[in-house]
Design a binder for this molecule. Sequence first.
Ligand SMILES: [Zn+2]
Ligand SMILES: [Zn+2]
Length: 550
Amino acid sequence: LCTLSGTAEIGRNCNFVEYGDEIVVIDAGYAFPGHEMYGIDYLIPNVSYLKKNKEKVKAILITHGHLDHTGALKWILPELGYPPVYAGGFAKALIDLKMKEYKMEDKVKVISVDRKSTLNIGRNFKATFVGINHSIPDAFSIFVESPRGNVFFSGDYKIDMSPANEPQTDYEKLRNLRGKIDLALMESTNASNPGKAPSETEIFQNLGELISQQKGRVIVAAFSSLITRLYSLVEVAKRTNRKIVLSGKSLEQSIDIARQKNYINIDDKFLIKESNMSKYPDNELLLLCTGSQAERFAALNRISLNEHKFIKIKKGDLVIMSSSEIPENISSIEKMTDRLIALGADLIKDSVELKIHSTGHGNQEDMKMMHNLIQPKYIMPIHGPLTFRYFNKQNFVRWGVDEKDVFLTDDGQTWVFNGVSWSRGKKIESKPILIDGLGVGDIGDIVLKDRKQLSEFGIFSVILNISSKNKRIIGRPRFISRGFIYMKGSRELLQEIENLVMDIHRDWLNRSHREKMFKDEELRERIEKELSKLIYKRTEREPIILTAII
Ligand SMILES: [Zn+2]
Ligand SMILES: [Zn+2]
């Protein structure tokens, strides 16, 4: 087994099992980069080992349709020679749509699986898909059997005793795995949350009650990946006699697929275009928006900035945040809700009493139930930073598992099973691959540093017109500033900069005469070095400084 990627984060999931000359891969997701990686769109798993062994790769099995489990297929499939992909119906629909967008649909083969699927893969593997609950339909745990040993991949799950629009977790099938699981890879997202995750039906009822009492427009911010919630919201709209307005491309796509898959049923007449909204009374409208994390260009944020073409906040509007707050977004979300309230909206956020949001990841009680159902011999917490996995391990120990039977692994770590116990094997290459725009490749640290500097401090450039004959400056140096200082308000600093540039030039000219060698490059380097010192001293900022000598 190799925990190739996504071990220590929520994103970039990709693991594989190897036996003899065959490999089966589980999930191929991407991650969004942290704030400090400028211009990087995605991080994907490093598949250099798999690429070297691509004739061994027999299949990629997908636990569910979320992008942290499927988003890297676009880049990984070509590298591995397009092995077949097995995915549940909903995930298949999402993957097919993406592949069409990328014009790869002719090469990619996605085979649909369901709760009854058990597949033979290659000569050595058998994979059983077990239906579970998450926040997207057709989510699975996957049980992979090989002649040497058997590995269980929990996938993202919660134990929902009353899911809103899908069957419950297949308890029977999980229980039947007891005694057969040599290692279980268990997700750790909510390992520190005590108790049981609220059921989607409960959320559905609470939202219904809340919305039915409203007299004005209701605007709900929800994750477009939380398909179960979208179902609840659509049903609430129908029952409270409100038409649905969608704002945000990703939401439209999710609803579209959910309708195609008959997971969500809405009559066309219930779906209103933003531009037609004004024809309906306020109490007949439910607006679903992207932007629960205050993403710059998402609908709710644009509404809060009064930039949205069709949706303008007015008194009597209620904004409901039916989503969790990703910690690094909290301050932007707060600023966004500040603006919404200032515009006159009422605001309701999720709270313990209201319970209008529940994630698709189980809390401790859910995890305990899962563990009790499958009773694996060894456990490996994945899908979360080390702190999450550490607490996950402690949970298992609390529930009676021997501490030495729970392994904390790393990205790229291989584990070898001898039929009885597991030992750490070699580490393979696992440094994330950065995807920049449409290209693939290793963006160097220097490029990233430049982007960071540009975004924080801007750019300041010096243009020197130098005579080719005597190397004297013709006229005065010119300066251009972008995102650094406002030139008109910085006369003093500019004068100081000009003096410094003149001094450096004079100095350079004298020395060059002495040495009878004129190196423009030297002049440029000195100007940039001295200027950055001066600018830092005066402004405590570090813009990128560019000198052009013409
Ligand atoms: Zn998920
Ligand atoms: Zn996930």
